[in-house]
Design a protein around this ligand. Structure first.
Ligand code: GLN
Ligand code: ZN
Length: 765
């Protein structure tokens, strides 16, 4: 009979117990022992859930007090040297100092885990790094699970993925040179597992789903040749994309099993099945670990029957990847529409789906009722009027190529805009949000709880808007924003105004550390019953003679930061989102708003892991943006905003968005990013952020002017804008006013300098 397991379970707890215990520990309100107690309870509960679902293994090692990569760093003893901690004696308090920084040292860098929204702590390795062993938490947890009589399958991130995701501050240092030392440590760990009677260990190597260079693949073979000699059987886990190109390589290695992600890359099954030796375990990820829909169990079971007949108990059934990326359980959703709820499956429900599949393969009659129930739910979902909206579908069918283009090319538009907007050289603006004071947050919360009436709430928000506008006028910004006072979250705010979106009460997903997000769910065709921000933008415009920039969230970001439908391609959902944003943009223009910013901070995030898939994504993502922005006249200026770095490999697509102005993050890299824009000869307007809004530091006028001068070397001043890196929502007012005031002084001073140079050049001529 096929066996069942998972790669990992959400660790935060059904009521975010871990988050609250962590935060109380950080505030010094509770001690080490209390936090450890909560953690132990959570682990025991989650293991028990796996046992109750009759999984063949209970997965241990997926728990982390902050992050699984940091846990591995602590287990290996590879702590960043700058902290000067004793690896084997690392306390929880010190562990958190690594994650969050202390008085002397900034935190370890954090970055996105593959293409998820989970962030891990980047190992800092160098020539002196050793892996002589650190804390024993991993083994303690295994002992705990064994004491509870579970069949334990420990999980660790594998050495290749660990190294690949790490970085070194030493120039020219080759991380692969650490591999021999690292492998020795892994061998020791495997030995320790053997001593505990462990049969299988899961080593996660999602890096195999990236475009790995030759030397990394060679290293991979070398490592597993060694590790495979251990007495513990290794299940090599790949996920998030296909690893089929490595099947022949893996088949030659002494690993005992491989896990593959058949949700993201179903086409890889054949290659693996054909290539892997008959006695190897093939673990197939058939339940989506990245999304929240109930699976088509009958279809899965049907497709697996021949495979099961051949492989028997060497076929393992699993979710595609760790369940860390989905919420915990539907049990705590009391307000969700009953139909919608019946279509969903969170981590807890996914355990049952795994069990049902295995049962159906082994004993079809016993599983029949569960399969029928699942099929009925799916039918209901397919035909639901909440999902299928003919008004939307008609609009989608009527989309033309012309809708994806502005009327005239940028050069002509920019002339028209210059004439009508009359902006100075180096115009100053902000990215949209201003500090959200406790008063704003309290009002919003009270309104959501129904304690503040709609009209009272509107009045408060208008008062806040008025005050934000006054401040911007006093500061002397050229293009003003209404300040996004009414927005808690740039996606949720719009999602709440659209049909086809739903919201959970407790659908928390760990983003990093104690930070959780509750992504909205796109379940149906996206429809805009009425304008969303026209009222707020017009109100702002009525208070000032200066230009107001309307700010809304772009289709790709709306898609990326939500749980999306799995019953149609992402590109179709993106198109629907593009159409509603297009209508909003057109309505803003009609209402007299002449500058409109469509934020796309998640544009780059959407890139597939494999480069071969980039072109297809960029094609539909770019088109979605162009459709959202393409409905306005030449005189209306379209801006877009993207946070942070790494544009250089997608610059042609950024240019293809054809926004009149793009604002980007550049201050932290002292404008390095701009070199790419310069070399590529980016054709449109650009606002390289001149200061970092993620820190309360107030840079001097000179610093910002220097950055601007550097920008002028790459982009002609006519096309340059002056703005911060990102929104100011999380900043306080004092530093915001100080920084913006310096920013404006820097712009003015450079403006005068350039104009003086120009007039003297004219005189000379
Ligand atoms: N307009 C948004 C803001 O200013 C943009 C946020 C973002 O890029 N993440 O808050
Ligand atoms: Zn941003």
């Amino acid at each position: 009979m096929a066996r069942t397991h998972i790669h990992g379970f959400p660790r935060i707890g059904a009521h975010r117990e871990l988050k609250f215990a962590q935060e109380s520990f950080w505030r010094g309100e509770s001690d080490d022992a209390y936090l450890r107690g909560i953690a132990k309870e959570l682990r025991a509960r989650h293991w028990e859930q796996q046992r109750a679902a009759k999984l063949d293994f209970v997965t241990v090692g997926d728990f982390a007090y902050y992050d699984q990569m940091l846990n591995l760093t602590a287990l290996l003893g590879a702590l960043p040297e700058r902290f000067e901690f004793e690896p084997a004696a690392l306390s929880l308090a010190q562990y958190y100092e690594l994650a969050r920084g202390n008085k002397a040292q900034p935190a370890m860098e954090m970055t996105k885990w593959f293409d998820t929204n989970y962030h891990y702590l980047v190992p800092e390795l160098g020539p002196h790094t050793t892996f002589n062993g650190g804390v024993d938490w991993f083994f303690d947890e295994i002992n705990e699970a064994l004491a509870l009589n579970h069949t334990v399958k420990p999980v660790l991130i594998g050495p290749i993925t660990y190294l690949w995701l790490s970085k070194s501050h030493v120039a020219g240092f080759d991380r692969l040179s650490l591999l021999p030392k690292l492998v020795i440590r892994y061998m020791r760990i495997l030995e320790a597992l053997k001593q505990r009677g462990i049969e299988w260990v899961q080593l996660d190597e999602p890096a195999l789903c990236l475009d790995l260079e030759g030397e990394w693949l060679e290293a991979f073979s070398a490592v597993y040749d060694v590790l495979g000699a251990s007495e513990v059987k290794i299940l090599l886990a790949t996920y998030f994309d296909t690893a089929a190109d490595h099947a022949p390589r893996v088949a030659k290695l002494p690993v005992h099993g491989v896990h593959i992600d058949l949700v993201r890359a179903p086409q890889q099954l054949d290659a693996w099945h054909r290539t892997l030796p008959a006695d190897a375990v093939l673990s197939i990820g058939v339940i989506d670990g990245r999304n929240i829909w109930r699976a088509d169990l009958s279809k899965i079971v049907g497709s697996l029957q021949p495979l099961h007949a051949e492989r028997g108990d060497r076929l393992w059934i699993a979710p595609s990847c760790s369940l860390l990326h989905v919420p915990m359980s539907l049990a705590s959703e009391k307000r969700l529409d009953a139909d919608l709820k019946s279509w969903l499956s969170f981590a807890t429900e996914k355990l049952d789906e795994i069990g049902t599949i295995a049962l159906a393969l082994h004993d079809p009659a016993a599983a029949a009722p569960a399969l029928t129930a699942a099929a009925n739910v799916l039918d209901a979902r397919r035909s639901s009027r909440a999902v299928q909206n003919v008004l939307v579908q008609r609009k989608v069918a009527a989309v033309t190529d012309a809708m994806a283009s502005r009327k005239s090319p940028f050069k002509d538009r920019s002339r028209v805009q210059q004439h009508s907007l009359k902006l100075p050289l180096l115009p100053t603006t902000t990215i949209g949000s201003f500090p959200q004071t406790p008063a704003i947050r309290q009002a919003r919360a009270a309104y959501k709880r129904g304690e503040l009436r709609a009209l009272d709430y509107l009045e408060r928000m208008r008062a806040e808007t008025a005050s934000v506008l006054r401040k911007q006028e006093e500061l002397g910004l050229d293009v003003l924003v209404h300040g996004e006072v009414e927005r808690n979250d740039m996606v949720e705010f719009f999602a709440e105004k659209l049909w086809g979106y739903a919201f959970t009460e407790n659908g928390w997903v760990q983003n990093y550390g104690a930070q959780c997000v509750k992504p909205p769910i796109i379940y149906g065709d996206i429809y805009r019953p009425e304008p969303m921000i026209v009222d707020a933008a017009c109100y702002a415009q009525s208070l000032t003679d200066r230009l107001i920039k309307g700010v809304l969230t772009g289709p790709v970001t709306m898609l990326e930061w939500s749980f999306v439908r799995d019953d149609q391609p992402r590109s179709t959902t993106a198109l629907q989102l593009a159409l509603v944003m297009r209508d909003e943009v057109i309505d803003l223009e009609k209402a007299g708003i002449r500058i409109i910013q469509i934020d796309e901070p998640a544009f780059r995030e959407g890139l597939p892991l494999r480069k071969t898939d980039w072109a297809a994504y960029l094609e539909w993502a770019t088109r979605a943006f162009r459709i959202s922005s393409g409905g306005v006249s030449d005189a209306t200026q379209i801006h877009t905003h993207m946070c942070y770095s790494e544009f250089n490999d997608i610059l042609p697509s950024i240019a293809a968005l054809d926004a009149d102005v793009i604002t980007i993050e550049t201050s932290r890299s002292s404008m390095e990013l701009l070199d790419g824009f310069g070399a590529f000869a980016y054709p449109n307007g650009i606002g390289p952020g001149v200061y970092d809004t993620h820190s309360p530091r107030v840079p001097s006028v000179e610093t910002m002017q220097r950055l601007l001068e550097r920008a002028c070397e790459v982009i002609p001043a006519e096309r340059l804008w002056v703005n911060p890196d990102c929104g100011l929502k999380t900043r306080g007012w004092p530093e915001t006013e100080a920084a913006l005031s310096n920013m404006i002084l820097a712009a003015k001073s450079l403006r005068q300098k350039i104009e003086a140079e120009r007039s003297s050049a004219v005189e000379l001529a």
